[in-house]
Design a protein around this ligand. Structure first.
Ligand SMILES: Cc1ncc(COP(=O)(O)O)c(C=O)c1O
Length: 399
């Protein structure tokens, strides 16, 4: 296998070629074949073999993992059956009595896993606002083994300084494992490993696959020892993706760069339009100068995805009515795919977070999360405009 030769190339080239060399297959297939076999003929009971059993290794999956590693500027990548099973597998690096410091705002399912699953096995979890490096450091204890945060956060799009957090955490205790959930940016726009993280984690379900037809997760790392352990747990825990899903993600990655550029362009235009609409109280998009973390977002990322949020005027009923008038945007959970999706986090993606916690964070009922797709931007703007105009939202005086 010859994927290493592509490490010198640019992102777009690597996304198309890395791990995909035709010469690695007897049939010289230009895209990796879907190897559905669960087991492989051995040349002898005690002879080493590249593949033994598909939970421990599969050629289609291997091609994908090589490609992902190269896109994250990493030595290694591993894939899993979902973003959440990736989180579960990483948690196997810890033992009962260990302490985790996690971001106070995370995808609802990530928060639920730490709160209701990891905690059952004697892991202690505390939360911090990762925009406040001092708060993160103050939350670290002598038994802290893992630090886990998202940036931008889901759903409020708060951006923390990855380099500053990593430097401070490593200074406090170099053994702490730092995981950045990079799902909202994808490796095209942000590379946490280059900013000091030990593990970059993605829900591949979102931008990396990009077509709303695969559930999958991955990790990337440059750390030999971490990789060894995670590879062991990938097989020992067994939450691996199917070869067919690996094939689909491989295909999705080939267009990641062009998709991300279009998500960014569309989202910026929509954010600027919504900022001018009288029925919209506030728009949240890290590429807007009005975003409080705009400077740090610009510093550590090459651009922004299609994820944005808005607080609309009125109440929850107005929010629901607005959604009911949309024709192009689909009311649905998930994000990061070619089609535009829209939802109310407090009722949908983040409903599993206790109400008090949600409200303290600012995830209120009139906050709407938008995953801007790659459709024609004029159609998207027109759809939002007509739905807002039809809604019986009373425009506040002076707006
Ligand atoms: C930021 C983030 N991380 C992790 C996940 C979990 O990924 P999956 O749904 O693939 O298990 C999600 C899902 O929405 C997410 O938004």
């Amino acid at each position: 296998m010859n994927a290493e030769k592509y490490y010198e190339e640019n992102f777009e080239t690597r996304a198309i070629h890395c791990g995909q060399d035709a010469s690695q297959w007897n049939c010289r297939a230009v895209v990796p074949p879907v190897v559905l076999a669960t087991t492989y003929q051995q040349t002898g009971p005690d002879v080493d073999s590249a593949y033994v059993y598909s939970r421990s290794g599969n050629p289609t999956r291997h091609s994908l993992e090589k490609c992902i590693a190269s896109l994250e500027d990493a030595k290694y990548a591993l894939t899993y059956a979902s973003g959440l099973s990736t989180q579960m597998s990483i948690t196997y690096l810890l033992s009962a009595g260990d302490h985790i410091v996690a971001g106070d705002e995370l995808y609802g399912g990530t928060n639920r896993f730490f709160r209701t699953c990891a905690s059952k096995f004697g892991l202690e979890i505390e939360y911090a606002d990762f925009r406040q490096v001092d708060q993160v450091i103050d939350t670290i204890k002598s038994n802290t083994k893992l630090v886990w945060f998202e940036t931008p956060t889901n759903p409020l799009l708060k951006v923390s300084d990855i380099r500053a957090v990593c430097d401070a955490v490593k200074q406090k205790n170099p053994k702490i494992i730092i995981v950045v959930d990079n799902t909202f940016m994808s490796p095209y726009f942000q590379k946490p490993l280059n900013l000091g993280a030990d593990i970059s984690m993605n829900s591949i379900t979102k931008y990396m696959n990009g077509h709303s037809d695969v559930i999958m997760g991955c990790i990337s790392t440059n750390d030999d020892e971490l990789f060894k352990q995670l590879k062991y747990y990938q097989n020992a825990v067994g939450a691996v993706p199917s070869p067919f899903d690996c094939f689909l993600v491989n295909r999705g990655l080939k267009t990641l760069a062009v998709r991300m550029e279009r998500h960014y362009k569309n989202a910026l235009a929509i954010a600027k339009f919504l900022e001018t609409h009288k029925k919209v109280k506030k728009v949240i998009y890290p590429a807007l100068e009005s975003h409080p973390d705009y400077e740090i977002a610009r510093k550590q990322s090459n651009g922004f995805s299609g994820m944005m949020g808005m607080h609309i005027c009125g109440d929850i009923e107005n929010a629901k009515e607005f959604l009911s008038h949309l024709k192009v945007f689909t009311l649905a959970e998930s994000l990061g795919a070619v089609e535009s999706l829209i939802e109310i986090p407090s009722l949908m993606t983040h409903a599993s977070i206790p109400k008090e916690t949600r409200e303290a964070l600012g995830i209120c009922d009139t906050f709407i999360r938008i995953s801007v797709g790659i459709e024609n931007v004029d159609d998207l703007i027109h759809d939002l405009d007509q739905a807002l105009n039809k809604s019986e939202i009373v425009i506040p005086e002076g707006a």
